[in-house]
Design a protein around this ligand. Structure first.
Ligand code: GTP
Ligand code: SPV
Ligand code: MN
Length: 594
């Protein structure tokens, strides 16, 4: 198809004049195209074919050793005024950004092909959807984008001769960490990413457009772009409640979105429908309620820890047409990762491309991992056994409840419900996560991650909180807001809650609260379940553990409020007064409680 869009044409020409690719190829989205690009990438070693009997349609990729995760310190919001990026983002001016990245892009595609990917975040033509065009010199990026979004001719046709699109430029350049920049120009609706070949840095439809740029646009157009899973919980009577949940990266969104009901609740008749595992775009519809779509069509899920026990639906999803990145490659050309399925292989090639066996140790005597800790699989959502029949629905799904959650070894009870929308916004704004020494950071170290959006909010987070408050007051039927914590531990550091499928017991309470049928106790921090309001059929959990899971330690909460106050002070006068008031009101409730 010929491109009739003059602005698109002019932009592509000027980007090509800077990067100087030898060739230009338009991505159509056809099956033939996938075969052709894969073959080309096999020839250069960019991709490795996998065992087509055992893993039909699957391929393997390794990124550079210094290029295995998003690089937040190299990620910038480039606005004319520093204030508009706010205290939580790295900032430079647009002209600085274009000059710095432009110097790296210059001539960087000589000898390479520039692929032009027209893509739609959201079903093509839905009132929710936004179009982008990504220029990239990476076949790996093209093949991932084909799974993660709607791409090709259909999108270009919809864009017509005058449609609005996000200008996304990506170049691998030398993949030198000192010449890597991930830049967002919200005032120009543009993204420039150079020097990386990994995930969120380069699949520009995902974090860069669907969160950072979209959050900026959403504020202007009165909608929300959030780091949230979306799932449907079908009740025994057939009614489906849709829930949206924001947990920080690697805190269980993919797992919850594909949950398998435990026996006790399955026999009652509960079913789960997966709508999305990472991003949610939400709008107020004419019924006064909040409706959501998942703008993506694929999962980019964490591999380590994914197995038939923890997430059987993810395992089934990734059995075909999947791109595996940075996992272990076995001699029979299948893949493996730590805490995955099957016995530990006796040998293989690790994510760095070196011979590996399970006895290997590093200089510190620690076992050498076969798969990189952030290794991932890219798979179509449609292959998920629980994928929702409403995925392509142009109006999305109505959201009954918004759930915030973090990884908190202490403090936060298993679940609580906010008293009101503003109280819920405060709950999201003060969200935090801590990890144990085995993961990252110091043990018990708390990182504040409001709405799980700290790395993804494309503008001043103080304004973002105001936008949340405004959205609530614009709805006649706002969702209820909850906070969950699957990660509370006992004094021996053991998880108090079994998690995974058992989390449905908490979701059931949440849904029943939305229907005003579940009991709750009013506490200073919110409503928490009474012991008998949680259905524990088939789960042997001693009552004292449940008491511990639901307990609130006044002193710990007072310390928490001091820390929250320090965090809030970073926003100065940009922090909405309502949030300060919620904090003082909570302090007062704690002081007045027994
Ligand atoms: P991103 O893709 O990075 O945005 O992350 P995500 O939120 O989708 O993360 P994911 O679901 O991959 O999180 C995985 C981590 O959470 C693994 O360490 C899991 O074992 C752990 N996890 C998930 N659900 C539970 C749970 O209910 N209980 C416990 N204890 N751990 C869980
Ligand atoms: C995250 O880090 O929250 C992800 C993975 O979902 S990435 O797309 O690489 O950002
Ligand atoms: Mn994510």
């Amino acid at each position: 198809m010929k491109n009739k869009h003059k602005k698109l044409d002019a932009w592509i020409k000027s980007m090509a004049a800077m990067c100087k690719p030898d060739r230009m190829v338009w991505i159509t989205g056809s099956d033939e195209e996938k075969e052709r690009l894969q073959k080309e990438a096999f020839a250069t070693g960019e991709l490795i074919p996998l065992n087509q009997k055992k893993l039909p349609g699957c391929v393997y990729h390794r990124t550079a050793e210094n290029d295995v995760a998003r690089t937040e310190n190299l990620t910038f919001i480039c606005t004319s005024k520093k204030r508009d990026a706010g205290p939580t983002n790295n900032w430079m001016t647009p002209s600085q950004g274009y000059a710095k990245a432009g110097a790296i892009f210059k001539n960087s595609m000589q000898g390479r092909t520039m692929y032009v990917i027209p893509f739609s975040m959201g079903p093509v033509g839905s009132p929710f959807s936004k179009i982008g065009v990504e220029l990239t010199d990476s076949i790996y990026v093209v093949l991932n984008m084909r799974i993660m979004t709607h791409v090709g001719t259909e999108v270009l046709k919809h864009l017509g001769s005058n449609g609005v699109f996000t200008k996304c430029l990506h170049g691998k350049a030398e993949r030198d960490i000192n010449r890597r920049l991930i830049l967002h120009f919200p005032e120009d609706n543009a993204i420039w990413s150079v020097g990386s070949g990994y995930g969120g840095n380069v699949l520009l439809g995902k974090k860069c457009m669907a969160l950072r740029i979209a959050s900026y646009i959403g504020r202007q157009e009165n909608w929300m772009a959030e780091h949230m899973l979306i799932m449907g919980v079908e009740k025994p009577n057939g009614h489906i409640h849709y829930l949206a949940a924001a947990f920080p990266s690697a805190c269980g969104k993919t797992n919850l979105a594909m949950l398998v009901p435990p026996q006790g609740l399955r026999t009652k008749g509960y079913k789960i429908w997966t709508v999305g595992d990472d991003i949610s775009w939400m709008r107020i519809d004419s019924d006064g309620a909040l409706w959501a779509i998942n703008p993506e069509t694929g999962f980019f899920g964490v591999a380590p820890g994914t197995n038939s026990q923890t997430n059987p639906n993810a395992v089934k999803t990734a059995k075909q047409n999947t791109i595996f990145t940075n996992v272990l490659l076995k001699p029979d050309k299948t893949v493996w990762w730590e805490d995955g399925d099957g016995p530990t292989p006796s040998q293989g090639m690790d994510w760095r491309g070196r011979p590996w066996n399970p006895k290997m140790v590093d200089e510190q005597g620690k076992p050498v991992k076969g798969a990189q800790a952030n290794s991932r699989f890219t798979s179509p959502i449609k292959q998920c056994p629980t994928s929702s029949f409403r995925l392509e629905h142009h109006h999305g799904v109505p959201i009954s409840a918004i759930i915030f959650g973090g990884w908190r070894a202490s403090l936060a009870p298993l679940v609580y419900q906010a008293f009101s929308w503003p109280h819920g916004v405060y709950t999201g704004a003060t969200m935090a996560s801590e990890r144990t020494a085995a993961q990252y950071g110091k043990q018990g170290e708390v990182r504040r991650d409001p709405m799980a959006m700290l790395p993804f909010c494309g503008y001043n987070m103080g304004d973002y909180f105001k936008h949340w408050l405004k959205m609530g007051s614009s709805m006649t039927r706002p969702p209820e807001i909850f906070h969950v914590n699957w990660f509370r531990t006992d004094k021996n550091g053991e998880f108090l809650w079994p998690g995974y499928g058992e989390n449905l017991r908490v979701l059931e309470w949440i849904i029943d609260r939305c229907e005003h049928t579940a009991e709750a106790e009013k506490t200073p921090i919110g409503y928490i379940p009474t012991q008998r309001s949680l259905d524990m059929t088939g789960l042997q959990l001693p009552p004292e553990k449940i008491t511990q899971l639901l307990s609130i330690n006044k002193q710990e909460w007072k310390n928490e409020l001091d820390d929250q106050e320090m965090f809030f002070s970073r926003f100065g006068k940009d922090l909405p007064a309502e949030l300060r008031e919620e904090l003082s009101a909570l302090r007062e409730r704690l002081n007045n409680s027994r």
